[in-house]
Design a protein around this ligand. Sequence first.
Ligand code: 26V
Length: 817
Amino acid sequence: STDVMHIGPGNSVAELKESILGHFCFDVGKSPEYATLHDWYMAVAYSVRERMMEHWVSSLERIRDKHQKIVGYLSAEFLMGPHLGNAIINLGIEQQIKEAAEQLNINLDEILQQEEEPGLGNGGLGRLAACYLDSLTTLKVPAIGYGIRYEFGIFDQMIRDGWQVEITDKWLRNGNPWEIVKPELNYGVKLGGKTQGYTDEKGGYRVKWIPEYEIRGVAYDTPVPGYKNETINLLRLWKSEATESFDFQAFDKGDYYGAVHEKVFSETISKVLYPNDVSEAGKKLRLSQQYFFVSCSLQDALRILELRGLSLDDLPDAVTFQLNDTHPSIAIAELMRLLVDEYMVDWDKAWECTRKTFAYTNHTLLPEALEKWSLPLFAHILPRHLEIIYEINSRFLSDIRNKYPGDDDRIRRMSIIDEQGSKYVRMAHLATIGSHAVNGVSALHTELLKQDVLHDFYELQPDAFFNVTNGVTPRRWIKLYNPRLASLISDRIGERWITHLETDLINLQSFADDLSFQQAWRDVKKQNKTDLAHLLKQRFGMNINPDSLFDIQVKRIHEYKRQHLNALHIIHLYNRIKQKRTDGITPRTFIFGGKAAPAYYLAKLIIKLINAIGETIDNDPEVNQFIRVVFFPDFNVKNGAHVYKAADLSEQISTAGKEASGTGNMKFSMNGALTIGTYDGANIEIMECVGEDNFFLFGLDAAEVKAIKQNGYHPYDVYNNNNDLKEVIDLIQSGAFSKGDTNIFKPLINSLLGDDPYLVLQDYQAYVDCQQRVSAAYNNEQAWTKMSILNVARMGKFSSDRSIRDYCENIWHVTPG
Ligand code: 26V
């Protein structure tokens, strides 16, 4: 490998220029005369990728080092965002690339815009996986992200007549220069069929699985560069294909078309990412997807173990698998199957090995989001795994019976199988029982896990429960997407903050009262807001005023996140303006963005409501001199680049106890936005860090939410007893935002007045009052700027580097390189 070290390409402007031209000629294969911007993007991407290859090869060598534990991050979603800009930053070649592009007469920003992002995730959970890969690599922890190479990622969102319309995400349409297919790295995956008992040579009873069919998973590798540390980790995504045997079958039976049909089925497994959805559609395919990528990944890990010359006994010291939610939790049954059925390891030993190898992160307490599979479905797709789960369960429950004799209710509560009514496999129980560590993603969320959803398990094994508060990577979310702020910060405190956020960013505090620094700070924000205004004008013809307060809520649309609470406040301001009670109203632009699950009717209606309010205000000069409402279509990582940096106010207004952590809250605050938020998820820890004086807190806390629900909550009384709220709701009902249509928003209003499951009406007045405090605070420019600086300075804790260090120390027992 020493030879390899010296073939690396250089990073001078001349060398980069030559490399780009070379790729243009040899890989794009066109004369520059006929070049499109996308052609140039491809040439630049290949040139940048080439600069990662030598380090990639040497980093792969470390995977062979048998003394290094590898982290296998198992996740059904990786929301990586565009690669090019990030790779340039992490390789530290932005100056040279910029200059090379200039000399080639191409505009780097336009080139970067060409990249279609790999949207292989829904939202927070998938983006967290991407931030964690960045931090793992920056901290030199050998890691492989294992997932699915969906052909179609999260749908693209368009807005037509105010409604969301979903468009297929054809992200691979123009090719993907970042992945390298490894055809030789492929594994068979069985599905369906039945099991059969038999007696082995030693007279022992054994079981084998006789599957109905087998598909193949092929590895597609994408390099993940660390920040200026010559380290590259691996994102390994599996694409499903037909096995060769189908071709033989066609040959045998002469049924060519039949065989092609089977091939088509095999390929559907990795076809499409499912949205977080309440609907039952696609359950069978979803479970098949999960098993598919888990099976490939475990086989891959066992291959690496062998490559290192280690034995199965060494597995827990050689690799640690982190389960990103329950989606990959079938891995626990699969490892047991491999060890017991295929490697003939005895059960107890296999179980010990399995538990040492896995750890589970829970990302939600919402009951409808806790995965469970109906027994018949499970038996149909994974008959052997169901038997193994029964065995795990029966051994587990007999332990519980011994510990708590006669406590049948506890047995019912803790069983992996839910037997109230139709039977289900509860994946969170499997994940918890099969792991040595379970963690929540914020202090509050972990507390609620312990007290509520997993309480019995916590009582059984309190030492297995950990909190790891989420974090986000400052490389992408500050340095790449807010370059003006990044240089202003570096001018004052140097550049170390980029990798030492927790220790260094705090040094900004001493400039919080410095008037010239404050002015520079405001200038950056103003320029960022102006950029966003231009973009919205250019792309959608929207008109917004950069001098107004930018009040932004971007995240998936869900009732628990309460975008409709935000909408009610806007209507409250609308009413005041119409009634000429405008004193104390600060000009604001309300910006929303986010996708609703295609089958989530109320979420889609909330989008329609926001757009309806926006349109009404657009057409009313009396109102739009004060406020504007815009909905930024197709919010994703790429669009996020323009949004977080432009915010004055970040909306984090979920019902307390419902948002496990939130990560957008962190992105906003570390880019200088103040937060209006509830006592929920990581908001609590953010407020503790930035100080309550620099955070706009409102509403019930989680305990109060629980209490009010227990004692009987009557939203209709809240509505009746609050004239202001009543006017707001009645105005929607009157058709004021829907051209007289009084039906369209009825389902939403009925939900709010009927049972209001997320306490929107309960928190309404507190929210409106708090927004009034925001308006007043914004009018004091100096005080606001100081709060903004203090927010950024005190956000160091929320770097994903800190989160990864926590995982390393408490859960993986790995020492960062
Ligand atoms: C899934 C489902 C599926 C059924 C319909 C409703 C529903 C709602 C939410 C979900 C998402 C579950 C997992 C998830 O994405 N959790 C998010 O994880 C982030 C990273 O830890 C965290 O910041 C967010 O608070 C949490 O919602």
